[in-house]
Write a protein that binds this ligand. Structure first.
Ligand SMILES: Cc1cc2nc3c(=O)[nH]c(=O)nc-3n(C[C@H](O)[C@H](O)[C@H](O)COP(=O)(O)OP(=O)(O)OC[C@H]3O[C@@H](n4cnc5c(N)ncnc54)[C@H](O)[C@@H]3O)c2cc1C
Length: 418
């Protein structure tokens, strides 16, 4: 078994891992970037539509173009890249982080490092996660898998398609399937509002006359060998009204019912996972509960725009540099909590007097909302937010001058929406 020493290891070479590794290398540290796939870029490589990079590169790019720009910098920075290398185990002992990875050519490799960045992205929820009754025929795919089949492998998964869930991946696949000649018969959403961003509802459904059934569920999947039909049932007062059910004949069902941060490895290393995000709980330096283990990108919380992933991950890389230089001091941090109408806020802690970038998700839908930042019962800052909805992450920066130190331990900060 090969044993390699680095100052930092980044697990996952998607947008998050590449941006974090770049910043660590710029700080002058020896960093390894490890990914199980045979390419850099992660999920971006199958997202061949445009709409990426508007904030980060100030240009509209496709996913692979965005990835390529970061990958060129990673290669130019001389970062050691390990592709086809799956990290199987991760442990922390006496400050040393040990990863056991399996490389398709070199066999088992042990990596030791002072710092580790978790950047493993997320995975899709599937039929088991939502428990749809019916038979178990072929023809049921997650939307991301269907995207990979069409865009990377060149297969069209079906001809008559019903999509469950109006998350962004499902919406993008509704358009993609229409372009390759399939008929998308319906998008069925359990919530009374779409789960995807407005831009995708317009460009991927309205432009193709694809019906969106809000407050409806797929109550049954039929078919012996292959999917033959689904039954769609409206919800009234939150319960299925079966007398109003209708049936659509189809050969394929796609699921776009949410993403889950990929944290099996994080759990192995004893990292505390937040129930609100499904990702690690992190302090003001994006450091997890395990000292020297940091997290960024979709493994931390599910993002809708890659630009915010790159931004957060570059900051994360900067904190790793501070940590390796022993510059993450003993400064006291205050708790950050989600208040009314907010599902979660990341990071979970802040340092008084220092600029902090917050990401949060709402649980309400409103054309124009107000963010309320409260401390010790008083509102210390207000901010107007347009188009508030659970699908669109709210991202904002608090200036350190708005977060002055309080007497004693920093007072908890509460972020609410109204
Ligand atoms: C279908 C779809 C459409 C999107 N559309 C847009 C859009 O229009 N505009 C936009 O800005 N954003 C869009 N996004 C969001 C954006 O692309 C993602 O949020 C971002 O790319 C995620 O980056 P990441 O690095 O966190 O995760 P990923 O890209 O998923 O990278 C994680 C990497 O970790 C690796 N990994 C995981 N576990 C291990 C392990 N144990 N060992 C080794 N490697 C491992 C994986 O192989 C993967 O390469 C879209 C996303 C999807 C899925």
């Amino acid at each position: 078994m090969r044993e390699l020493e680095y100052e930092a290891i980044v697990i996952g070479a998607g947008a998050a891992g590449m941006a974090a590794a770049l910043r660590i290398a710029e700080g002058g540290f020896r960093v390894a970037l490890v990914d199980r796939e045979d390419h850099l870029g992660g999920i971006l490589m199958q997202c061949i539509h445009n709409g990426f990079g508007l904030h980060w590169f100030k240009q509209e790019l496709t996913g692979p173009e965005f990835a390529e720009r970061l990958a060129e910098k990673v290669v130019a920075a001389g970062i050691d890249i390990f592709l086809n290398t799956t990290v199987m185990d991760f442990s922390v002992s006496n400050g040393v982080k040990t990863l056991i990875a399996c490389n398709s050519e070199q066999g088992v490799i042990q990596f030791n490092a002072r710092a580790v960045v978790l950047a493993m992205g997320c995975r899709e929820r599937n039929r088991g996660n939502i428990g749809i009754p019916g038979t178990r025929p072929a023809g049921i795919f997650t939307a991301g898998l269907a995207q990979r089949l069409i865009n990377v492998d060149g297969y069209v998964p079906g001809k008559r398609v019903v999509i469950i869930g109006s998350g962004d991946i499902g919406l993008i696949m509704a358009r993609r399937l229409s372009w390759v000649g399939a008929k998308v018969l319906a998008v069925v959403e359990i919530l009374p509002h779409p789960s995807g961003i407005t831009r995708n509802i317009v460009q991927c459904l309205h432009d193709f006359n694809i019906p969106l059934y809000l407050s409806h569920i797929v109550s049954r999947i039929e078919g012996k060998d292959r999917v033959e039909a689904v039954t769609i049932t409206p919800l009234e007062g939150g319960t299925p009204e079966h007398s109003k059910s209708f049936r659509i004949e189809c050969d394929t069902v796609l699921l776009s019912v949410g993403l889950i941060p990929e944290n099996e490895l994080s759990k192995k290393a004893g990292v505390t996972i937040g129930h609100d995000t499904g990702g690690p709980k992190v302090d003001a330096h994006l450091m997890t509960s395990a000292e020297g283990v940091f997290a960024c990108g979709n493994v931390l919380h599910v993002h809708d725009l890659v630009d915010f992933v790159a931004d957060e991950s570059t900051r994360c890389g900067g904190y790793v540099v501070d940590y390796l230089r022993d510059q993450i001091g003993e400064e006291k941090q205050g708790a950050v909590t989600a208040g009314a109408n907010v599902r979660y806020v990341v990071p979970h802690r802040y340092v008084p007097g220092r600029d902090t970038h917050f990401s949060l998700r709402s649980i309400i839908v409103k054309d124009r909302g107000t963010l309320l930042i409260k401390r010790q019962g008083a509102v210390i800052k207000k901010k107007t937010v347009q188009h508030v909805k659970p699908a669109e992450m709210i991202y904002f920066k608090m200036r350190g001058s708005d977060l002055p130190a309080t007497e004693g331990d920093p007072a908890p900060l509460e972020i609410a929406l109204e």
